[in-house]
Structures are given as structure tokens and as C-alpha cells.
Write a protein that binds this ligand. Structure first.
Ligand code: MG
Length: 325
């Protein structure tokens, strides 16, 4: 598939200070934002935009450009919860959060609830996200949603606890593994070089990683740069498992879940467990395009921003935090 076209996102939003509901209004042009250390006059963060150079001040940032194809928003609403995809959005594939991202999310937790939704299972999210956050941040505001929201973990009474989990039956599991074997053989995806097991059973999700679970980033990025291999595999598995959901996950992976367990399902559970409305959620993900595993969020009508990479996510989070302070 051809790479989706990019243009300059812009938005006119209201971002909330949760839970006190203190808010500021801002208009922002997000894709071009690059947060930099403040100069002491304009506030803690200065945002630089391509084509125009204005600062984030204490009362917010005004940058005006045309409507965006990347910001999928429908109205002005107070945002109380920011939900993020993980791989490609908060961190590189399967890598821990960078220092800057960990600091930015910690700051964000002082003003809003935060959710991380990923195809990975809890041990993976614990390693990539939870272990990177200091224990003294507002962990009670964090919603960790492994296996695309089929599980939810929250921090309470000093420990991380599973709130719910929706797992496959043994019959479903056997059918999926058989379909994967056949699809891999037919697509001629056998390879001599594998980094760890290709199939990971996460209880509520089975993930196929073409190069193995522990493949290095470079090899993964080079494996399917135009997404054609994953799309072919997705189509074949969808035909073999018509009653299940088959989605492209990371750069080499396919996620299989029960139907309806996608990021839209995760958003619905968030609404339930966080006590927020859909209008109060802002979602950031790198795969908001047809076939991408973040696309179902857009279909729910939740305001969403497609980011290019974790660096862009940091810039957006830092700008939102700076506006709020
Ligand atoms: Mg992603």
C-alpha cells in the first residue's frame, strides 16, 4: 500500500486540567511543533513551528494554518484523558520509553489521565512503560491496556493489579495456530534467521511476528517497508478466520483477537473504567490509516492525531503540558 499522504495537522481544542477542570483554550499546529527548552520568558517549553515561529506562553499558543487531514476531530471538548498507542507512538518497536518520553508522560500525569493501549501483553508493557516511570508520579491516573484492551491493569494500594482479562478458548486457540501455520507456508515466509519464537500467545491475543519476538529493530524495519507482506498475510488469515479479528500490528506482526477486540473496544472499556466520555479522550497513534491497528479509534469518533514517531509525540505532549501550566 502506498504510504498515506501527510499534511500539516492543526487543531482548535480545549485541553483540560484534570481533575480540577481548569482549562485553557488553544489553537495549535501540531505536526510542526518541536519543543525546546524555554528561555525563561515564554514558559517552560518553547514550541517552534515550521513556517512560523511563535512561542508557547502561559496563556497558550496560537498558530493558524488550514484544516488538517491528520487531526480527526469533531468539536471543542475538554480533554481529561490522553490515550496512546505504544510501538511507534510512545517508543520504538518493543523498546522501553526514552528518558524524554518518560519525563513527558510523568508531567502529563500531573494534569490528566493517561492510557496506553498496545497489542503487547502485560510483561511487555511493564518493561516498556511502567518500569520507566518513577514510583512517585500519579500512577493512579494511568490505565495500562495490554492485548489491545482485552486486559486492563491499574495501580492501586501500592501495586499493579489486573482489573479484567478476556482470553481465547482452547478451541479458538487451536484454530488460530493451524491457520497461521498454513498462511506462513503459503506466503513462503519461512526464514532461516529468526530472533525468538514467531508466535506469541497472549491469552486474549495471538501475535505472529515474522522475524521472531526479539528481532532487532533494523531487521524489522527492512522486512516489510511497504507493508505489502503484512497486508497479504492479513488478507489470507482473515479469509481463514472469518469470525476473528486479524490486524496488522507492528512492523513485522499480525495480531489476532476475538472480533470486536480492537482499539475501539479499548476505548469503550476506557470510557467505562475511567469514567470519561468519548469526547473527553484524545488519542495519539502512528497507525491511523486504513488497515492500521489505530484506525478503529477514529471510527469511534474519538478525537485523534496521527503521529510520525515518538519524537513527535513528545513534542505534542510537552506542548500540551506547557500550555496547561
Ligand atoms: Mg503503533
Amino acid at each position: 500500500m502506498a504510504s498515506p499522504t501527510r499534511s500539516t495537522p492543526s487543531c482548535s481544542r480545549v485541553f483540560a486540567h484534570a481533575p480540577t477542570e481548569r482549562f485553557i483554550r488553544h489553537r495549535c499546529r501540531l505536526s510542526a511543533l518541536r519543543a525546546e527548552p524555554g528561555d525563561g520568558r515564554a514558559g517552560p517549553v518553547r514550541a517552534r513551528a515550521v513556517g512560523c515561529d511563535r512561542r508557547v506562553g502561559r496563556r497558550g499558543l496560537t498558530l493558524d494554518r488550514g484544516p488538517s487531514e491528520l487531526f480527526h476531530g469533531r468539536g471543542r471538548h475538554v480533554k481529561r484523558l490522553l490515550a496512546f498507542d505504544l510501538d511507534g507512538t510512545l517508543a520504538e518497536s518493543k523498546q522501553p520509553l526514552g528518558d524524554q518520553m518518560a519525563a513527558s508522560l510523568s508531567a502529563l500525569l500531573t494534569i490528566a489521565m493517561v492510557a496506553v493501549i498496545s497489542g503487547g501483553d502485560w510483561p511487555q508493557l511493564e518493561k516498556q512503560v511502567v518500569s520507566r516511570l518513577r514510583r512517585d508520579v500519579r500512577l493512579d491516573r494511568l490505565f495500562i491496556m495490554p492485548t489491545t484492551g482485552a486486559k486492563l491493569f491499574r495501580f492501586s494500594q501500592g501495586a499493579w493489579r489486573q482489573v479484567y482479562a478476556q482470553n481465547f478458548s482452547s478451541t479458538e486457540r487451536e484454530r488460530i495456530l493451524a491457520a497461521l501455520d498454513q498462511a506462513v507456508a503459503e506466503a513462503r515466509l519461512e526464514t532461516d534467521q529468526l530472533w525468538g519464537p514467531r508466535v506469541e500467545d497472549r491469552g486474549s491475543q495471538i501475535t505472529f511476528s515474522a522475524l521472531g519476538q526479539a528481532a532487532p529493530l533494523d531487521a524489522k524495519k527492512a522486512w516489510d517497508p511497504d507493508m505489502s507482506r503484512r497486508q497479504a498475510l492479513q488478507q489470507q488469515l482473515s479469509a481463514a478466520l472469518p469470525d476473528l479479528s486479524v490486524k496488522i500490528g507492528g512492523s513485522t506482526s499480525i495480531d489476532i483477537t476475538r472480533p470486536g477486540i480492537d482499539k475501539a473496544f479499548a476505548i469503550a472499556r476506557l470510557v467505562e473504567h475511567a469514567g470519561v466520555s468519548r469526547e473527553e479522550i484524545l488519542f495519539l497513534g502512528d497507525a491511523i490509516y486504513p488497515g492500521g491497528n489505530d484506525e478503529p479509534v477514529r471510527a469511534t469518533g474519538v478525537d485523534s492525531i496521527r503521529v510520525r514517531d515518538p519524537a513527535e509525540t513528545v513534542a505534542i505532549v510537552d506542548a500540551l503540558v506547557a500550555w496547561e501550566r
